[in-house]
Write a protein that binds this ligand. Structure first.
Ligand SMILES: Cc1ncc(COP(=O)(O)O)c(C=O)c1O
Length: 390
């Protein structure tokens, strides 16, 4: 399922945008946006075909189909140990829109929301879109470094409304421990803060690390938490635009549904995407398990290749199919190194720039390794060649 022969490069060249195969010049290997090179599980395509055969694509409920909501509740109950209530879960048209909706529901002009640094740009973008202020909490790149809860506590002011948690953390691949999450959760309870827990990467966790949902810790913490999840990373459904929001109480749920504009039909989740996501949750565990086994192998290859390059240093990610090496020792800036790889090696990566991941990402590059062993080895053979000749 995850060999080179299962990757259809001619199709990816026409369909995979957002810095990937269809966006880069011919001959360039994109290790950029986190979107797998592999086709999705066949059960997902079959479920879409089956639904489509009836030729009815009527409006779905504002709050999503019950089959979707129940599958998600079951997932959170079985895999995350959360007594999830399907009534407080609704599908949205992406995890990105889920983040936008949570920020819109809970933030106002002048509010402050704490984000970890580095982290994916979506938190900052959506906090600022609501005229609120993103307060960075520098946590370093080493996934093993234990979170300093006192330092986090020092950032809380009378204006703080939210703590944004991305777990596992894109880009460093940190999987937060239960103790760290307890620390964050207790602060949120003490100060009455919303925890926005973006768990889109939570299925991609490497042994021996274990993922904990912050809402599973206790009822008080759950009551402060809004969980966001998605299907782009674990099941390769980015183009179907499907994500979800899970609240823990009715008051939060009502605020979130209102903020989503689903009830006014301005926004809403595509019916085929709900069908696809439900098939993913109900029928594709075997596929996800095989995908993670494959990713474990490619992660090893990728990290070893990176650490063999002079001036490059890479920690082992605990989760996410992302490597986030320091390139400071090469003497290049992140942007100069990214350009060098693109022009000389024909390998595209994402530079660690403040605008993508925060200030803490400067001096790093991000590599997505959701591809075949052959493609990763080809990319590193090219990189080795240009680094050896300098
Ligand atoms: C941490 C994180 N949150 C959210 C998203 C957005 O996911 P979606 O494709 O569902 O909008 C991404 C995608 O890169 C991500 O890495």
């Amino acid at each position: 399922m995850f060999s080179n022969s299962s990757i259809n490069l001619p199709l990816l060249k026409t369909r995979a945008f957002n810095l990937r195969w269809a966006s880069v010049p011919d001959g360039v290997i994109p290790l950029t946006a986190a979107d797998p090179d592999f086709p999705c599980a066949p059960e997902i395509a079959e479920a879409i075909c089956k639904f489509s055969k009836d030729r009815y694509f009527s409006y779905s409920p504002d709050e999503g189909y019950s089959f979707f909501k129940e599958s998600v509740a079951n997932y959170f109950y079985k895999k995350r140990g959360i007594a999830a209530d399907a009534n407080y879960i609704f599908p949205v048209d992406s995890a990105a829109f889920a983040i936008a909706t949570v920020c819109k529901a809970f933030l106002q002009e002048g509010d402050e929301a704490i984000i970890f640094d580095p982290v994916d740009f979506l938190f900052k973008y959506n906090i600022e879109s609501n005229q609120a202020k993103a307060i960075p909490f520098a946590i370093g790149i080493d996934p093993n470094q234990i979170l300093d809860i006192e330092k986090l506590s020092d950032l809380i002011t009378a204006r703080t409304k939210m703590i944004c948690l991305c777990n596992p953390l894109n880009p460093s691949g940190k999987v937060f421990s239960k103790v760290e999450l307890e620390g964050i959760g207790n602060l949120a309870v003490k100060h009455g803060l919303i925890i926005l827990s973006d768990e889109i990467w939570s299925d991609i966790v490497f042994s021996p690390h274990l993922f904990t949902s912050i809402a599973s810790i206790n009822k008080e913490i759950a009551n402060q938490t809004v969980t966001v999840h998605g299907f782009s990373k674990s099941y390769g459904l980015a183009g179907l635009r499907i994500g979800l929001i899970m609240a823990s109480n009715k008051a939060h749920y009502d605020l979130l549904l209102k903020a989503s504009l689903h009830s006014s039909t301005v926004h809403g989740s595509n019916v085929l995407a709900q069908v696809a996501a439900t098939a993913a949750l109900n029928e594709c565990d075997y596929w996800l398990t095989a995908f993670i086994t494959h990713l474990e192998k490619v992660k090893r290859i990728c990290v070893d290749h990176l650490n063999a390059i002079e001036g490059v240093n890479c920690f082992e990610p605990q989760g996410c199919y992302l490597a986030f090496p320091s390139i400071v020792g090469t003497g290049y800036s992140s942007e100069a190194f990214q350009q060098k790889l693109l022009v000389e090696a024909k390998v595209a990566v994402v530079p660690g720039l403040s605008k993508w991941f925060g200030k803490g990402s400067e001096g790093y590059i991000r590599i997505s390794f959701a591809t075949s062993e052959d493609i990763i080895n080809d990319a590193f053979a090219r990189i080795k060649k240009i680094m050896d000749t300098n």
